[in-house]
Design a protein around this ligand. Structure first.
Ligand SMILES: [Zn+2]
Ligand SMILES: [Zn+2]
Length: 318
């Protein structure tokens, strides 16, 4: 998200557009229940400025961080989609390792209904050395985390246990339009800050509205849609998203099986992205039966061309 920095002690006006904001998504696991040699269980890591959001934490996730060279302590919040083992088996390991590191913050764990009960059972099953706080939130629908520059929303999905999908939404930002400012003849200073905050200002007896001197930069959106059968909420989560990470457990030939197990085919994932008007689709959560995922990818590309079959360690700049 863009930010404006006005240096009041100098006539220089510095504008930092959003291009400087770090927003990067890494796939740490693209397999469904049974991992393969090439594919780990589910985990997606989204870095946004100083935040690190881990969506699901399949077995071996902490090792994937090591291999990729991202310190585990970058994780600031964990969002769990559901409690099927392939999405949470890595959780005790990550928490135990953070307890051995200089992890000086409180870790937020968000998950569907039942998350508190599952976590309590997990903490009593293992001996944890924990010197940091953990806040647990159960989320069903709506905003599950709200911060100054972004929010994370969730909606229930159609799976055989309580499951939520997530949507990271960077808030829109109002920027100063230097061309308009020059035309109006406004000097650099606090007035520009006010306009950037959406407030009107007075200059030479004239009232200047923010719309006359600024422009809106739309925030980026990322959707995590897994595990689920095709459903309306999957489309809602992906609406207008810059990047959709969606499960595509099966190829189109196994559509019946996919429906029976409450999963999606590549084609259905593409329908989600297409109906949602998303910009890019990354497929994940492939059945171990697919050594190569090209079949699933091609099914999807027929419907939504900007599709890529995810591979472990793939990184996307957003
Ligand atoms: Zn799964
Ligand atoms: Zn599942």
């Amino acid at each position: 998200m863009g930010q404006i920095l006005i240096i009041n002690f100098s006539p220089i006006f510095i504008y930092f557009p959003s291009i400087f904001i770090m927003m990067e998504l890494t796939l740490f696991g693209t397999s469904s229940m049974v991992p393969t040699k090439e594919r780990n269980q589910s985990a997606v890591f989204l870095r946004y400025e100083n935040e690190g959001f881990l969506f699901d934490c399949g077995e071996g996730t902490q090792k994937q961080f090591k291999i990729k060279g991202i310190p585990l302590t970058r994780i600031t919040k964990i969002f769990l989609t559901h409690w099927h083992g392939d999405h949470v088996f890595g959780l005790p390991g990550v928490i135990a390792s953070l307890g051995k590191m200089d992890y000086e913050r409180s870790l937020l764990i968000v998950g569907p209904k039942g998350t508190k009960k599952h976590l309590e059972a997990m903490f009593s099953a293992f001996e944890f050395e924990r010197n940091f706080g953990i806040e647990i939130r159960e989320a069903e629908k709506g905003i599950c985390f709200d911060a100054k520059g972004y929010k994370v929303e969730c909606l229930p999905l159609d799976h055989d246990v309580p499951t939520v999908g997530y949507r990271f939404v960077e808030k829109d930002v109002r920027h100063i339009d230097m061309k308009k400012i020059k035309k109006i003849g406004l000097p650099a200073g606090p007035m520009l800050g006010k306009l950037a905050d959406g407030e009107p200002v007075e200059h030479n007896g004239k009232r200047i509205l923010p719309e006359e001197a600024t422009f809106i930069e739309k925030g980026k959106k990322v959707a995590i849609v897994t595990d689920t059968a095709f459903c309306a909420n999957a489309v809602k989560l992906a609406e207008d998203a810059d990047l959709v990470v969606a499960e595509a457990t099966f190829g189109a030939k196994l559509e019946e099986k996919s429906k029976a197990y409450k999963h999606m085919t590549g084609r259905e994932a593409a329908q989600v992205a297409s109906q949602a008007g998303a910009k890019k689709l990354v497929l994940t959560h492939f059945s171990a039966r697919y050594k190569e995922t090209i079949e699933v990818e091609e099914d999807a590309k027929d419907i939504f061309p900007d599709t890529i079959a995810g591979r472990d360690f793939m990184t996307f700049k957003i």
